[in-house]
Design a protein around this ligand. Structure first.
Ligand SMILES: [Fe+2]
Length: 352
């Protein structure tokens, strides 16, 4: 079982063993295993608030301190971590206020997040899959917030939280079924990830969007967050509801974080560019400008929450080069075009 959740296990331990069903199984059995109290954080609301407050440029130390002081368990773990990493102190740090003075606000909020949300838990910094997950979480969060601000959504910080947590179901599946997830991850993937949830349901019995939504619902996050996350790979399911815009925002933010893979497939890039122009008023030039402007914010936010995202891609250049390639293809005689879902060197099809 996931050792990364140790801090939470200490506080939510139960003697009931975690069920480990044979796969694939029913949605209910998967949810019971993945959301078992022995492995699932029970109260990350404070950590979620810390993310929200800490991501504001005008965040004040006393705001973080006041939030952390609401969770004695989290404070104790944080102080333990501060003392363990500062052996040279004349006397141990005994309060969050003093921890801020000793190690600084940035370090305190990073530790607070690292110790609380499972999505924030430090993972292997050499594992490409972990880096990819971090980039997609952090990038998705910032893209969601920045797009929400452009579109005048009422609560861009909540969009940031939803973007950050939209794939928490992947971590929960991975932690509960490490071997099976490793096998699943080896399978070829559609760059737009349109079939990902269907494939997870087939392989496991439930998909990461549904699992993440159930976890966040249990943790008491707002319905607008967990329902948008439940449908972030199929936002059309929420058409006509109050959460449709956020689900579509999360879906599109996810595509932007995967541009490096998307541009390998002309048909996929064409679709992303069409969605950007039609649904987000970002024709190609403006999309490139937006990506250029947002990229440093992705790196900055990764630093704030102490996540290693590896090298942040140059999203704007990817789009511009990909667009030039699309224009070249359009001007060329019909030839074989790679299809989304086929890996590089995989099956090909003639253009429609
Ligand atoms: Fe997802």
């Amino acid at each position: 079982m996931a050792k990364r959740l140790t801090g939470w296990i200490t506080r939510s331990a139960t003697t009931r063993p975690v069920p480990t069903p044979r796969l694939p199984t029913s949605r209910e059995a998967i949810l019971e295993a993945v959301l078992h109290p022995a492995s699932l954080p029970t109260h990350p609301a404070i950590a979620v608030k810390v993310v929200e407050v800490a991501s504001r440029p005008d965040c004040r130390p006393h705001e973080i301190v006041a939030l952390l002081n609401q969770d004695p368990g989290l404070c104790a773990e944080l102080l333990r971590a501060v003392n363990a990493s500062n052996n040279g102190l004349a006397r141990p740090v005994g309060s969050v206020d003093r921890a801020v003075l000793v190690v600084g606000l940035n370090r305190v909020r990073s530790l607070a997040l690292g110790l609380s949300l499972p999505a924030m838990r430090s993972q292997s910094r050499t594992d490409p899959a972990a880096l990819e997950h971090s980039l997609e979480s952090v990038g998705g969060a910032i893209f969601a917030r920045e797009l929400a601000e452009r579109l005048g959504h009422p609560n861009p910080n909540e969009d940031l939280i939803a973007g950050l947590l939209r794939d928490v179901g992947i971590l929960l599946l991975q932690q509960t079924f490490p071997k099976e997830w490793a096998d699943f991850a080896k399978l070829a993937r559609d760059p737009l990830r349109e079939d990902q949830c269907a494939r997870e349901r087939e392989f496991f019995g439930a998909d990461h969007a549904d699992i993440g939504a159930e976890a966040l619902r249990k943790w008491g996050l707002p319905e607008g967050v967990h329902e948008a996350i439940r449908h972030h790979h199929a936002p059309g399911n929420l058409a006509g509801t109050a959460f449709a815009r956020r689900a579509e925002l999360l879906w599109f933010a996810g595509l932007l974080t995967r541009l490096e893979a998307v541009v390998e497939y002309p048909a996929a890039l064409d679709r992303v560019l069409a969605v950007a122009a039609d649904r987000f008023s970002l024709p190609t030039g403006r999309l490139a400008d937006f990506l250029e402007e947002v990229r440093p914010k992705v790196d900055q936010f990764a630093g704030v929450i102490d996540r290693d995202i590896g090298r942040c891609p140059d999203f704007a250049s990817l789009v511009l080069h990909g667009t030039a390639e699309l224009a070249r293809l359009a001007a060329s005689p019909p030839e074989f075009v790679r299809e989304p879902g086929a890996g590089p060197g995989g099956p090909h099809r003639l253009p429609d």
